[in-house]
Each structure stands twice: as structure tokens, then as C-alpha cells.
Write a protein that binds this ligand. Sequence first.
Ligand code: SER
Length: 318
Amino acid sequence: MKRILIVGSLGQLGSEIAISLRDIYGKEQVVLTDIRDDVNLALIESGPFYKLDCTDGPALASIVQRHAIDTIYHLAAILSATAEKNPQRAWHINMNGLLTTLEVAREYRCAVFTPSSIGAFGPSTPKLFTPQDTIQRPTSIYGVTKVAGELLCDYYYHKYDVDTRGVRFPGIISHMTKPGGGTTDYAVEIYYDALERHHYDCPLAPDTYLDMMYMPDAVKAAIQIMEADPAKLRHRNAFNVAAMSFCPEEQAAYIRTHIPDFTIGYQIDPLKQAIANSWPDSLEDYAARVEWGWKPTYDLASMTTDMLAKLRERMHGG
Ligand code: SER
């Protein structure tokens, strides 16, 4: 039986991975932690929860020991646009937070899942069907921490035999917890504004292509890779995973099939646009498919239908 701890369990990814893991393994087997304890009280109260600063090694170690944890999902991170406004803080949280988890994992023999990102690539990376193994010279501090994180996790595997695994997530679209401070947040916000105002002002240009994924696929990837047969994993910490690639103009067109009077305007945020321009348009994910059976379920059409239905339910008190 797995005994899992999540670092950063109240964020966009953590809050949904937590629910799925508790459904699969049981509530008492999945211990949640987060720097906050004043949001999502329903999740906090659904099983063991600790308020935790992800850079506090002794506090993390004592929870891991108390609950005999064998697997840690390390999801605490500052996203790309926020990171650019305070690079030193982003480095501290993203790197020292990860190092803290890896050290505790080394001491208590835990497996570790950490997400990397499309942000781990840069302007010199091939932009279309970006290969698994290619040039990684990111220009954002977020990307710098993601590449360093991939390498650090590989290092802990080779040096200390810590069972580290991870994927490079694209922008993640979800309706339960909003993302915060990412370049790809627009692709979530657009659905809220489409329903509330029938209009969205987009911070990225109409033809900015980026890889995206619907949350159920992201949760599936995070759980599936930790269940994968280690003998088949050649890459471990930085699997490209792709589901769909689109630009704001295309997303707006799909929304219009549900909300015909929906309009989109463009108020470019230069910081976000520069970050988006430095990232690939679309990733190639053959290694993940072959090594652990990755296969996404949702495309832009089915995601749009589901997102709008789920948000409508919520707005009407469902
Ligand atoms: N969604 C993230 C961001 O925009 C990318 O991994 O920062």
C-alpha cells in the first residue's frame, strides 16, 4: 500500500491530484501539506493535512516519519510570470523547496514525483514537435529552475538511488482551482469570461501557439508515471507529455461553437508574450508513450465542451 505526501496540495494541480490519490489509495494514506491553510477547507478537512513551508526540511521530515510516507508529490512552485517579477524568490522556492523534498526522500527512502514544464525549453529549442532530448536554454527564471530541477532529480536517482520521476507539463486547464501567475493562465480565464461576460481580453497575441492539457489528463499522467514499471523508464524526470496545441484565436473559435456571440480582444502583456514566444509551439511525446503508456483523452473540442459544462454547473449552484 502506498503512503503518499503532497507538498503544495492546494494549488491548481495539487488540489486535483490530491482528490484522485485519496480516491485510489484512501484518505488516511494521502497526507496533504501546503503553505496556506485558509482555502479549500473541504479538501483540507477530508483527511490528514499540515500547514508546511516547502523549504522547512525538519518539519517535512517529521511528517514523513509520522505517517511512514513512501512517495512524495512535490508540487510547490512559483509559476513563470510571477517568477519573472521576483527571480530570487522563485529560485528559492522552486530550487530549495525541491532540494528539501529530495533530501527528505533520500533519508526516508521515498519515491518523488516533480513536474517539469514546457518552460524548460527556450528560444533555441526546435519549436515544432520539440523532441524529448534537445537543446534546453530557457530564458525565463522559471525555466532555469525547471531545467535545474530535472537535472537535480536525475542526480538524486543516479547518486543516491532515489526513485525520482516526472513529466514536462504543458499549460494545464481546469475548473476546480484557478492557476496563479502562469503564462498559460489565459487558457483557463477565457472560459470563465466567456460564460460571465461573453468577452475575453487576452494577454497573448491571437497566433501564439502553446501546448495545453486538460486536468484529467494531467492527473492521469502524474499517477500513471509513479505506477510505471521502473525497468522500462529510460528518462525518469523529464518526459514530454502532449495533448493539444492551440493559439488563443483557435480556442475562441471553439468557444464560439457553444457561445455564438463570444468575442475576444487582445491586450498584450509584454512579459507573458515574451515568455510564451520563448517556449515551443508543440511537443513530441513518443518516449512517454513507449516507456509508460502515456495517452491523453481530451482534445480542444472535448475539453471546451467539458469545461463550459462544468463551469455552468458551478455558476448555477451545481
Ligand atoms: N503553466 C506554466 C506557466 O505558465 C507552465 O508550466 O508558468
